[in-house]
Design a binder for this molecule. Structure first.
Ligand code: ADP
Length: 519
C-alpha cells in the first residue's frame, strides 16, 4: 500500500517524496493502527490523513478547530481532484443538511468538521451512518486538560468513537505536546504509546532571542523600522496593550493592524485579511489571533509580554517562518509582567494543585528568559527531548561574550538568603545586599547581618537580575504564588560550600535609554 501512497503523493499533490515522519505515520495508519503524530508546525501533517483517505474505502473525518482554514483546505483538495467538504458554523443549517445527505451517500472522501459539531445531538445520530474509515484529529492537544488550549468538545470524541458500529482508525496530530499531554492524548483515544511518531519539535529556521536589558518600546520601534518590508506579529497580553501599541505604531507611520476579542467580527476579519494579503505589514494582537491563520511569510513574532507558559509561547512564536525561511522569535521580558501573570493565575484557578502546576509553568518562562544555554534546546527539553542539540544560531549560541567567574557574588547572595531565614522574596534580598534602608529592613534587624550591604557597589536592580540568573541556573528555587519566597537549593548549597563554580556571561553594554521619545 505504501507504494500506492507514494504514487498518490505525486499524482494528487505533486510532491516527489514524503517528509520525515509522514511515511511512518501513513504506514501505521494503513496497517490499521491507531496512531499519534507529533510534528512541528509546517511539518506537513495534513498529508498524513489526506493520502490514507484516498486509499481507504470509507470516509475520512477530520476534526479541526481551525474553522477559518477549512474552506481553503477543502477548495485545495477539490482543485486537486479529491472529493471533500466541511461542516461548521459558517454554513447554513439547510446547506449543512444537504451536505450531510451527500456524505451519507458516500460522495466525499474527506469531511472536515469543527469539534463543536460533536455536541449536536443530530450529528451524533448521523455520524453512526457515515461509513467512517479514519477519524483524524488535528490539534489533538486540545483533548488534554493539561494542554494550553483545552476544548471541552474534544472530550466527546472518546465517547462518540466508542459508540460507533464501524470501528474507524484514529489518527491524532499535534505540533505542541509535552510528554504528559501526549500520554493523555493516547490514553483518551486508545492509541498505544509505541504508535506515537514524533519528528521532534525543532524548527531550524527559527532564531530565538530574549530582550531583557533594554527598554522594550524603544527596542520594538527600532526593530520594526529596520524590518519595515517584512511581515510580523506582535503579541501583547491585554486588549488595552494591543490598542496602545497599535496607536503608537500607527503614529510612527507603520502599516499596522490590530486584533483582539473586544473588536467586532467584521473589523477583525478585515484586519486579518489585510494582514494575510500583505496590505499591512505588522499585526498587533492578543493570543486570540493566529489559530487558523495560514500565512507562510511571517518573518518575525515578537512577544511584548511573557506568555503564561511554554506551550503558548512556542505555538505563537511558531507562526513565524512556516515557509521554511529564516525568521525571528523575540521575547521581551519584564519582571513586572511575571508579577501580573502570577496574579492572574492566583485569581483564576480555585484548585490549589492546578494553581501550583500553572505557577511552575510560568516559572519555566522565566528560566527560559535567563538561561545562558541554547534557547531552542531549552524549548525542546521542555517538550520532552532528553538530549537536544544546540541550534547554533539563537541569541545564546551566537553570544561571543566571555564567561566570568561569579562564584563569590553567588555565595554572597545565597548566604544572605540563609541569614534572612529563606522567608523573603527577591526585592528585599537585593535591598539587604545593596544596603538599602527601609522600614522592613529595620523592623527585621537585617541591618545587623554581616551580608548587609556587601554588594553595595551594584544597584538593587542589578542584584535582582543576578538572583533571577541564579534561579534560572537552579541554585535558588521559588515557592509560593504572587509573592514568591526564595530558597537555596541543594546545588546552591554546593556553591556555598565551594564545591561548585558559577559562571556568567559579561553584562551587555546597553545604550543609554532615552525612553519613549521614539514612539
Ligand atoms: P502542518 O499542518 O504540519 O503545519 P501542512 O500540512 O499545512 O503542515 O503542510 C505545510 C506545507 O508543507 C504545505 O505547504 C504542504 O503543501 C507542504 N508539504 C507537505 N508535505 C510535503 C512533502 N512531502 N513534500 C513537499 N511539501 C510538502
Amino acid at each position: 500500500m505504501i507504494e500506492k501512497a507514494r504514487e498518490y503523493l505525486q499524482h494528487y499533490f505533486g510532491y516527489e517524496s514524503f517528509r520525515s515522519g509522514q511515511e511512518a505515520i501513513i504506514e501505521r495508519v494503513l496497517a490499521g493502527k491507531n496512531t499519534a503524530g507529533i510534528m512541528p508546525t509546517g511539518g506537513g501533517k495534513s498529508i498524513c490523513y489526506q493520502i490514507p483517505a484516498l486509499l481507504f474505502p470509507g470516509i475520512t473525518l477530520v476534526i479541526s478547530p481551525l474553522i477559518s482554514l477549512m474552506k481553503d483546505q477543502v477548495d485545495a483538495l477539490v482543485h486537486n481532484g479529491i472529493e471533500a467538504t466541511y461542516l461548521n458554523s459558517s454554513i447554513s443549517a439547510s446547506e449543512a443538511s444537504m451536505r450531510m445527505n451527500d456524505i451519507k451517500q458516500g460522495k466525499y472522501k474527506l469531511v472536515y468538521i469543527a469539534p463543536e459539531r460533536l455536541d449536536h445531538s443530530a450529528f451524533q445520530q448521523e455520524w453512526q451512518h457515515m461509513n467512517l474509515s479514519l477519524v483524524a484529529i488535528d490539534e489533538a492537544h486540545c483533548i488534554s486538560q493539561w494542554g494550553h488550549d483545552f476544548r471541552p468538545s474534544y472530550l466527546k470524541i472518546k465517547t462518540l468513537l466508542k459508540e460507533l458500529p464501524s470501528k474507524p482508525i484514529v489518527l491524532a496530530l499535534t505540533a505542541t505536546a509535552t510528554p504528559e499531554v501526549t500520554a493523555d492524548i493516547c490514553q483518551s483515544l486508545g492509541i498505544d504509546n509505541e504508535t506515537t511518531i514524533s519528528t521532534g519539535f525543532a524548527r531550524d529556521n527559527l532564531f530565538f532571542s530574549v530582550v531583557k536589558e533594554e527598554n522594550r518600546d524603544q527596542f520594538l520601534t527600532r526593530y520594526i523600522e529596520k524590518n519595515k518590508q517584512e511581515s510580523g506579529i506582535i503579541y501583547a497580553a491585554t486588549r488595552k496593550d494591543v490598542d496602545l501599541l497599535y496607536q503608537r505604531l500607527q503614529k510612527a507611520g507603520i502599516q499596522v493592524g490590530r486584533y483582539h476579542a473586544g473588536m467586532n467580527e467584521g473589523e477583525r476579519s478585515f484586519m486579518q485579511d489585510q494582514f494575510i494579503q500583505d496590505d499591512l505589514s505588522v499585526m498587533v494582537a492578543t493570543s486570540a489571533f493566529g489559530m487558523g491563520i495560514d500565512k507562510s511569510n511571517v518573518r518575525y513574532v515578537i512577544h511584548y509580554q511573557t506568555p503564561k507558559n511554554m506551550e503558548s509561547y512556542y505555538q505563537e512564536a511558531g507562526r513565524a517562518g512556516r515557509d521554511g525561511l529564516d525568521s525571528e522569535c523575540i521575547l521581551l521580558y519584564s519582571p513586572q509582567d511575571m508579577q501580573v501573570q502570577r496574579f492572574l493565575i492566583e485569581q483564576s484557578h480555585p484548585d490549589p494543585e492546578r494553581k501550583e502546576e500553572e505557577l511552575k509553568k510560568l516559572n519555566k518562562m522565566k528560566d527560559y528568559s535567563f538561561t545562558e544555554g541554547c534557547l531552542q534546546a531549552f524549548i525542546l527539553r521542555y517538550f520532552g527531548d532528553a538530549n537536544p542539540e544546540d541550534c547554533g544560531h539563537c541569541e545564546n549560541c551566537t553570544d561571543q561574550r566571555h564567561s566570568m567567574d561569579v562564584t563569590t557574588e553567588a555565595q554572597m547572595v545565597l548566604s544572605c538568603m540563609i541569614r534572612m531565614g529563606e522567608r523573603f522574596g527577591k526585592t528585599l534580598i537585593s535591598q539587604v545586599l545593596t544596603g538599602s534602608r527601609n522600614k522592613k529592613i529595620e523592623e527585621f534587624g537585617f541591618g545587623r547581618l554581616s551580608t548587609y550591604g556587601i554588594m553595595r557597589q551594584q544597584t538593587a536592580k542589578e542584584v535582582a537580575d543576578f538572583i533571577d540568573f541564579l534561579t534560572a541556573k537552579q541554585y535558588i528555587e521559588m515557592t509560593g504564588g504572587q509573592y514568591p519566597v526564595l530558597k537555596v537549593t541543594h546545588s546552591g548549597k554546593e556553591v556555598l560550600m565551594g564545591q561548585k563554580q558559577v559562571y556568567r556571561k559579561e553584562r551587555k553594554q546597553v545604550a543609554a535609554l532615552t525612553m519613549d521619545n521614539v514612539l
